[in-house]
Design a protein around this ligand. Sequence first.
Ligand code: ZN
Length: 139
Amino acid sequence: MSKLVSVGSFCPNEECVEYGETDRGNIIRYGKTGEGRQRFQCKTCKRTFNERKGTLFYNRKTEEKDILECLALLAEGVRISSIHRAKGIKEDTILSFLREAAIHAEQIEAILMDDYHISRAEIDGLWTYVGRKEAEKTE
Ligand SMILES: [Zn+2]
């Protein structure tokens, strides 16, 4: 499985001079969060962050794997109501994954194609689907 971002190898603070730079040696382990997630600190800007900060799905309760599976199923044309029944995730939540995914489209496309064998056409369908759902909301 390819990882979206190797957390702990770069600083996710956009104001930091080392922002996004990997393997600079500026990131150190900094204990654990209350939920048991590894916490890191950037020695350059002194900010701390946890495993999920800087990844696509920061602050989401759902596992990244489940989110990607939802997106893969949607891309394959599975109805959102069926995914909701199969996975027990609210339809609104699934739509929010999709919206967030659209922001990080390039990363998501690479993962869906490499790890989930989703085709280019199916991915295009996915983004069309996001657009359509957004249009429905504003009507
Ligand atoms: Zn930093």
